[in-house]
Design a protein around this ligand. Structure first.
Ligand code: CAO
Length: 438
């Protein structure tokens, strides 16, 4: 065993500074440069680093004590930790001669002779001020150790309120802040805590070409990713018999065309969705920013995903409940055209309550649309196909036009049972066109 005293080193012009934190305890093995304690003057807080590695044997002061250069901090066993007993400090930017801060003493069992610590010449750099953690330029809101602790946890020290004397930020304040951040609603949490994907040099496997993403793709990519990771999605699949609806739509097509309108299935879908939103108001809602309540909307603005050469945009048809199918169809045509000509104004894409994403004109049997947050649900439409459907009255299969529905909803707001009720209600609406007029 080789016991050495660790004394307060040259701390510049500071005298009788208060010990505000002791970071080690007897038995702790400390590395060279590890923080032993923090002292605070009325101007700054500073860490006192270990000048050498060792095992703490005895601490000779306590929080609240006043110390100056040369005050005894603790006794350290340098032999047990494997450190050479005569090792001089090797701390970067902290290079006073060992004798300035330590003195060789026999083990505590023997009477310790008085060994005064020689003064470091004034020409030596101030060891603590030169230490990388020294923070004299800053107001004393937090000790360097607490700042480091905050940094290690990724906490922003400037946002933390201190509960210590003179508003000083304590380790406990950092812990409470981090706890608070973790407890916040998931919608505020950015990222899913996954490691970034490693960069791959694809050229090593064959010829490649790099194309810049469009501005719309970049913007929608950020939103889609955030919505995907923050809203717990469930997708409910269903099928609606739209045979009669399609017959009716086709019978009205010429008349609509005379009025300059292309009467599409989507216009009828908007009416059916509004009817379902009236019946299930929790689908026409958004979570409040604090995640504590639901904001129910009394208006019915329905967005529709529109495929453009630059990427996906979502124009919004306002007050669908107050418009007839022809008006809606006209508006759908106008908004789609504006979107594809890149002339859509920002306010034409705002204020939506619910979104419909139709891939029916392209194909597919089902998909899982991503909720357009802060909305809480989105309806995907796939391609309607003729299918044999059992008719219980005629006891026979009948050819019916069946439309696949894919309803994604935010499970924080909507229960699975309500998801199934919503699509069942849509089935009913779509199977009997007269109901849409009610
Ligand atoms: N089943 C079968 N046929 C369908 C159908 C369906 N579900 N939906 C549309 N069709 C038919 C239409 O009847 C039309 O046929 P006709 O020309 O013979 O009348 C044809 O497909 C093309 O329809 P459309 O796509 O032009 O019109 P629409 O009103 O159905 O859709 C719009 C308009 C803007 C939704 C569409 O053009 C579009 O952009 N779709 C892509 C949306 C998208 O990319 N969503 C993905 C989002 S992923 O997150």
């Amino acid at each position: 065993m080789s016991i050495k005293e660790v004394l307060v080193p040259d701390i510049g012009n500071f005298k009788d500074v208060e010990v505000i934190e002791i970071m080690v305890a007897p038995g702790d093995e400390v590395a060279t440069d590890a923080s032993l304690m923090t002292v605070e003057s009325d101007k700054a807080a500073m860490d006192i680093p270990a000048p050498f590695a060792g095992i703490v044997k005895e601490i000779r002061l306590k929080v609240g004590d006043k110390v100056s250069e040369g005050s005894l901090i603790l006794l350290m066993d340098t032999a047990s930790a494997g450190a050479p007993a005569t090792a001089a400090p090797v701390v970067k930017s902290f290079t006073p001669p060992a004798a300035t801060v330590v003195a060789e003493v026999p083990p505590p069992s023997q009477p310790a002779p008085e060994v005064p610590a020689p003064k470091a010449p004034r020409s030596q750099p101030n060891p603590v001020a030169a230490h990388p953690h020294f923070d004299a330029g800053k107001a004393a809101h937090a000790s360097p150790a607490v700042r480091r602790f905050a940094r290690e946890l990724g906490a922003e020290i400037g946002l933390i309120k201190g509960s210590g004397p003179r508003g000083r930020i304590l380790k406990e304040d950092v812990q409470a802040w981090v706890k608070g951040e973790l407890a916040k609603p998931k919608s505020e949490a950015m990222g899913a805590g996954v490691a970034p994907a490693p960069a791959v040099d694809f050229a090593q496997f064959g010829e490649i070409e790099t194309q810049a993403l469009s501005r719309i793709k970049k913007l929608s990519g950020v939103n889609l990713h955030r919505n995907w990771v923050t809203a717990p999605h469930v997708t409910q699949f269903d099928e609606a018999d739209i045979t009669d609806l399609e017959d009716f739509r086709k019978s009205m097509q010429d008349e609509a065309a005379k009025r300059g309108v292309k009467l599409t299935l989507l216009a009828f879908m908007m009416k059916a969705v509004v009817n379902a939103l009236r019946t299930f108001p929790q689908f026409n809602a958004s979570l409040a920013a604090d995640g504590e309540s639901l904001v129910l909307k009394k208006y019915f603005h329905i967005g529709f995903a529109c495929d453009t050469p630059d990427g996906l945009v979502v124009p919004v048809v306002r007050d669908v409940n107050k418009k007839d199918v022809l008006d809606i169809a006209r508006e759908l045509g106008e908004l789609s055209e504006l979107a594809r000509e890149r002339k859509l104004k920002v306010d034409a894409m705002q204020g939506g309550c619910f979104t419909i994403s139709s891939l029916g004109g392209i194909g597919g049997t089902a998909f899982t649309p991503i909720i357009n947050c802060p909305e809480v649900a989105i309806l995907g439409l796939s391609r309607a196909t003729m299918k044999p459907v059992w008719n219980d009255k005629t006891k026979d299969f009948e050819p019916r036009l069946v439309l696949p529905l894919s309803l994604s909803y935010d499970h924080r707001v909507i229960d699975g049972a309500d998801g199934a009720r919503f699509t069942s209600h849509l089935r009913l609406m779509l199977s009997d066109v007269r109901r849409l007029l009610l």
